[in-house]
Design a binder for this molecule. Structure first.
Ligand code: N0T
Length: 527
C-alpha cells in the first residue's frame, strides 16, 4: 500500500492529475487532494526571507505553498547547478508538514526575462529578444530562440532530476512552468524566423482542433492572427520545457495566465499578455502543449460576473480548474466557494507573507492580522475534510456560490442540484423573511456536495440556504433532518446536534462560525 511504501522510505506514487467523466482530481499519495494554497511574494523564496513566510502560512492554515524557483538561483553560471535554496525549501516545508507547488521563473516571468541568469538575459545574440516590425528589439525573449529553449529546458530538467533524487515522498506536488508567459505591447515576434513561420500555413494540429480548413494564420484567425500565432509558439516552447522536466520526474505541470480585463469583451492582443494561456487561447494551448496538464487563470478582477466567467472558461472536461493566483484583498476570499464548488483542485491568494511587501494591485493596507481572517476562515472550514471534499468533487457532484455585489442580482444565487435547487441569499437576519440586503462587503459563500440520494453536505459563511424542488409540481419539499457536525482527524463524521425549529424555519443561516451540515431532504404529495 502507499502507506507501507512511505513507511519503508521507498518512492511514493508520483502526484498526477486524474480525469473521469470530465471531472478532475489532483492525486497525491494515491488519493484526491485539495490545494488550500497561498503564493508568497516573488522575492521571498530565499533562506533569509523564509522566517517571514512560514508564520503567514500558519496564520492562513494552508496545506500547500506556492514558491518560485528562479533559473538564476539554480544555474547562476552556465552548467553549474546549485540546489541549496531548493533543498532549504524542501526541508523547511517538510518540517511544517506542508506541500509545495514550485514556480519555474525562467524565460518568461510576467513575460520578461528578469529571472533568467545574467549569462542568458545579457546575451541577446545567443538568446534573442523579440523584434518589432521596425526592427527594434522588444524586452521579451523570443519563443524562436532555439538556444534559449535548449538552455531553459536543460535547467528545468536538472531541477526535476534533483526533485526525483531529493524528494522521493513528493513534498513538491506540482510545478508551474514559467510565470504569466507571453509579451506585453507586441502581440508577436517579427524576427526573420518568426515572419517565415507566420507566412507558412497554420499547423495541422491547431487547424483541426479549431475545426477550420487549412490556411494561413491571417485567413483562419483574422484580427486574432498574431495572438493565435504567438500563443502557439510560446505554448510549443513551454511544452518542450515541460517535456524535458517530465522525462526526469512526471509531476503535474501547468502554465498560468495574465488575463484580459474580463472574459466577455474582445481586447486587442496589444493590451494584454499575448502568447500566454489566456481564456481566449485555451484551445491553442491544448493543441500545442500536451505535456501541460493544466492551463490556469490568475484572477485579479474582483467583479463577480468576471470572476465567475473566468472560472467557467477554465473549468472544462479537458482542463482541471486551478486558481494559482488571486487577489488577497478581502473581497476575493468568497470566491474560494465558487472555485471549490466547481471541483477546483486548488485555489490560492497571491502575495502572502510578512515581508511587508504588498503589490499595489490588488491593495490591502497591511497583511498581518485582520486582512487574512476571511482567507484563514475558508481553510479552517475545509481543512478537516479537504480530502473528502476532493473525492466528492472528483467522483460526485459539487456546487459553489459566492455573493454577487451587483444590486441587479438582488443578493441571490440559485444552484441547480438536479431534483432540487438551492436558493442562496446574502445579508438577511437569521430569523424572518426580510429581503436579502447583501453583507457589509461581499463576503458570503456556500459550498454543497451530494453525499447520497436526497442528501447534501452544506457549508458556508454569511449566507442563507433554502432548498426547493426544481419542479414544484412534483410535490412539497420537507426537511427530513439537518445534522451539524465536524470531521475528526480521519475525516469521519462526528455528529454534534440536530438543527430544527428556528434553525431551519427560515432557511439554513450561516454566520461567521465554521459550521458543516448534513441535510436530508424529502417530499410529501400535493394531495
Ligand atoms: C502576478 C503578480 C505577481 C493594472 C502581480 C499579475 C505574480 C504575477 N501578475 O503581483 O507579479 O508573479 O503572476 C498581473 C496583474 C496585472 C494587473 C494590472 C492592473
Amino acid at each position: 500500500s502507499a502507506l507501507l511504501a512511505i513507511a519503508s522510505g521507498a518512492q511514493a506514487e508520483t502526484p498526477r492529475i486524474a480525469e473521469k467523466n470530465g471531472r478532475h482530481a489532483l492525486m497525491v499519495d494515491g488519493a484526491p487532494y485539495l490545494i488550500l494554497g497561498a503564493q508568497i511574494n516573488n522575492s521571498s523564496a530565499w533562506p533569509d526571507a523564509l522566517p517571514r513566510v512560514w508564520p503567514a502560512m500558519d496564520a492562513l492554515g494552508v496545506n500547500t505553498v506556492e514558491i518560485p524557483v528562479g533559473w538564476e538561483q539554480i544555474e547562476p553560471q552556465e552548467g553549474r547547478f546549485d540546489f541549496t535554496v531548493v533543498d532549504t525549501l524542501l526541508e523547511q516545508a517538510r518540517a511544517r508538514k506542508l506541500r509545495l507547488v514550485l514556480l519555474w521563473f525562467a524565460t518568461w516571468k510576467n513575460t520578461n526575462p528578469q529571472y533568467a541568469p545574467r549569462w542568458v538575459k545579457l546575451d541577446n545574440h545567443r538568446f534573442p529578444r523579440m523584434v518589432r516590425p521596425d526592427g527594434t528589439l522588444h524586452y521579451a525573449l523570443s519563443p524562436f530562440g532555439t538556444e534559449t529553449l535548449k538552455a531553459d529546458g536543460k535547467a528545468f530538467a536538472t531541477l526535476l532530476r534533483h526533485l526525483r533524487e531529493a524528494d522521493p515522498r513528493n513534498t513538491v506536488i506540482m510545478v508551474q512552468v514559467q510565470n504569466e508567459p507571453g509579451s506585453y505591447g507586441l502581440p508577436r515576434d517579427h524576427s526573420p524566423a518568426a515572419d517565415a513561420a507566420f507566412a507558412a500555413p497554420v499547423p495541422a494540429a491547431l487547424q483541426k482542433r479549431m475545426k477550420k480548413p487549412a490556411g494561413s494564420w491571417t485567413a483562419l484567425f483574422g484580427r486574432d492572427a498574431d495572438l493565435y500565432f504567438h500563443a502557439w509558439h510560446v505554448a510549443r516552447y513551454i511544452d518542450t520545457v515541460a517535456a524535458a522536466g517530465k522525462a526526469e520526474k512526471p509531476l503535474p505541470m501547468y502554465a498560468n495566465a495574465a488575463l484580459p480585463g474580463d472574459p466577455f469583451t474582445w481586447q486587442d492582443a496589444k493590451t494584454y499578455a499575448s502568447g500566454g494561456p489566456a481564456n481566449t487561447v485555451i484551445d491553442v494551448y491544448k493543441a500545442a502543449a500536451p505535456h501541460l496538464d493544466i492551463v490556469a487563470p490568475d484572477i485579479y478582477n474582483p467583479a463577480h460576473k468576471a470572476y465567475v466567467g473566468f472560472l467557467d472558461a477554465y473549468d472544462r472536461p479537458d482542463n482541471a480548474l486551478f486558481v494559482p493566483e488571486t487577489g488577497h484583498a478581502k473581497e476575493y476570499a468568497r470566491y474560494f466557494f465558487e472555485a471549490v464548488g466547481r471541483g477546483a483542485i486548488g485555489w490560492s491568494p497571491f502575495g502572502i507573507d510578512y515581508t511587508r511587501y504588498l503589490p499595489v494591485f490588488p491593495a490591502t493596507p497591511k497583511l498581518e492580522g485582520e486582512p487574512l481572517v476571511p482567507f484563514a476562515a475558508n481553510y479552517t472550514l475545509f481543512k478537516p475534510f479537504a480530502r473528502l471534499w476532493a473525492k466528492l468533487a472528483f467522483e460526485g457532484e459539487t456546487w459553489g456560490a459566492a455573493e454577487p455585489e451587483d444590486p441587479a442580482d438582488e443578493h441571490r444565487r440559485v444552484l441547480k442540484l438536479g431534483r432540487y435547487v438551492a436558493q442562496v441569499s446574502f445579508g438577511r437576519s437569521d430569523f424572518g423573511d426580510g429581503p436579502p440586503k447583501g453583507n457589509a462587503y461581499p463576503s458570503g459563500g456556500v459550498a454543497i456536495a451530494r453525499i447520497g440520494p436526497d442528501e447534501y453536505l452544506v457549508t458556508g459563511y454569511f449566507a442563507r440556504v433554502e432548498f426547493a424542488l426544481a419542479d414544484p409540481s412534483l410535490g412539497n419539499i420537507i426537511i427530513d433532518r439537518v445534522e451539524e457536525g465536524s470531521y475528526d482527524a480521519k475525516e469521519n463524521w462526528k455528529f454534534s446536534r440536530v438543527w430544527n425549529g428556528d434553525q431551519v424555519d427560515w432557511g439554513l443561516n450561516f454566520t461567521g462560525a465554521s459550521q458543516i451540515l448534513k441535510v436530508k431532504l424529502a417530499t410529501y404529495p400535493k394531495r
